[in-house]
Design a protein around this ligand. Structure first.
Ligand SMILES: NC(=O)c1ccc[n+]([C@@H]2O[C@H](COP(=O)([O-])OP(=O)(O)OC[C@H]3O[C@@H](n4cnc5c(N)ncnc54)[C@H](O)[C@@H]3O)[C@@H](O)[C@H]2O)c1
Length: 395
């Protein structure tokens, strides 16, 4: 069914036109991520031109009929349903977009893949490594394309960092240091939302924010093979219910190739809105990135010339025509935003579907989602035991 196409659309722009096949999209969830993904499906056909497919927004699922009907109308979905199983049964749906909460990642993603649909699932892939493993293996066995939505791989500056690391421009890597900080639950009166419940979320800041950091560590430096960590829950009860996930974690990690690092995430950092930063130090230089300045990459290349007496970090505005993804956007210096990472991510997945190419290495597959979950589990085991934990990965 995933191969069956529902039609062609003629796309045009000055000096170019293309007949592009459509791909039917069924989406679970219509809030934060549902909005970000819908925005990207609508933008990519005319900006990432010519697109691999023109997304056809077939149907969207939510629990509340009135709310999901409004979302369908707002985003331009042809239909809405109140049970995600109807998306799985819908033959017009060729790509299943799982933008639901963490407890709805495994079952619907597996069911959609086993019905022959390609799947994009938001991170974290599972609430723990066992659930993520089962999801990866079963979706992989179904023979469809799968992508775990680690969208920060699709920031142009992050892709440039990866290109520089792959080219050996930083030499031997010594350190990866990253943190993801937000502030939104410092108030003890903040309500008991699904992100604060282990049954629904799996873990707290760890799976929500830490998963992004772990994925970037893996994407840029390599697999993590041991962790020494602690977690903290600062406010243990909200609205009379127990908060049974971490509010923050801190971890010292080792990588397979000898590098060491620190990673942390917290939602208790007043003043930090969406602060994802990393720094990588190698024998030939260093890179630093800050999501709140996502068009920029800080680069220090030791001994670069001219300028012997003015060594140090320089600020590279990653907006040149030959920078990653930039041929789709604006003249240099006309910066892009967070929402465009989803355009890049979905274009990548649609191209892999059209050309039958691998989603890896630049897209995170469900295997990457599983490997990230192993690191998350090891962090929780380490925090519980107080000892360093080896991370082992299953095939
Ligand atoms: N990649 C990123 O940068 C990023 C950012 C935020 C969230 N996320 C991930 O995206 C996922 C969704 O997070 P969010 O912030 O959009 O959450 P949210 O709470 O804003 O939205 C969740 C959506 O799922 C719907 N939903 C819940 N139960 C459902 C059910 N039984 N059937 C159908 N729909 C149901 C809700 O109505 C809502 O529309 C999470 O896994 C989260 O970790 C990723």
């Amino acid at each position: 069914m995933a191969e069956e196409k529902v039609g062609f659309v003629t796309m045009g722009q000055a000096g170019a036109a293309a007949d592009v096949e459509t791909i039917g999209v069924g989406m679970l969830g219509y809030a934060f991520m549902g909005t970000a993904h819908s925005n990207a499906y609508k933008t990519l056909p005319y900006m990432a031109f010519p697109p691999p497919y023109v997304p056809e927004l077939v149907s969207i699922a939510g629990r509340n009929e009135e709310a999901v009907a409004k979302a369908a109308s707002r985003f331009g979905f042809e239909a809405y349903v109140t049970d995600w199983r109807e998306l799985v049964r819908d033959e017009r749906v060729q790509l299943f977009d799982n933008s639901g909460p963490n407890n709805l990642h495994a079952k619907p993603s597996i069911a959609a893949a086993e019905a022959g649909k390609h799947v994009i699932c938001e991170k974290p892939l599972g609430r723990n490594a066992e659930e993520a493993y089962e999801t990866w293996r079963r979706v992989e066995a179904a023979g469809v394309k799968h992508l775990c939505a680690f969208n920060y791989r699709f920031v142009p500056a992050v892709r440039l960092a990866r290109q520089m690391l792959e080219a050996g421009e930083l030499g031997e890597i010594f350190h990866f240091r990253a943190r993801y900080l937000q502030e939104w639950i410092v108030d003890p009166d903040f309500p008991m939302v699904w992100r604060l419940s282990a049954a629904e979320a799996g873990s707290g800041a760890l799976g929500d924010l830490g998963a992004h950091v772990i994925d970037l560590a893996r994407y840029l430096v390599g697999d993590i093979d041991s962790v020494s960590a602690l977690t903290r829950t600062f406010i243990e009860e909200r609205e009379g219910q127990k908060v049974d996930v971490d509010d923050a974690f801190e971890a010292a990690v080792t990588f397979g190739d000898g590098a060491v690092g620190t990673i942390e995430a917290s939602r208790f950092c007043p003043g930090r809105k969406n602060s994802l930063t990393f720094e990588i130090n190698g024998s030939k230089g260093s890179l630093a990135f800050d999501l709140e300045r996502l068009n920029e990459l800080q680069v220090h290349l030791a001994g670069s010339s001219p300028g012997d007496s003015a060594q140090g970090f320089r600020n590279v505005l990653v907006t040149e025509a030959d920078h990653p993804f930039w041929d789709w956007w604006w003249p240099h210096g006309h910066i892009i935003g967070w929402e465009h990472t989803f355009v890049h991510e979905l274009e990548h997945l649609l191209r892999a579907i059209r050309d039958d190419t691998d989603v890896a290495p630049h897209g995170a597959t469900f295997e990457d989602g599983y490997r990230c979950a192993e690191v998350c589990d090891a962090i929780l085991r380490s925090a519980e035991s107080g000892g360093r934990m080896e991370v082992s990965y299953r095939d």
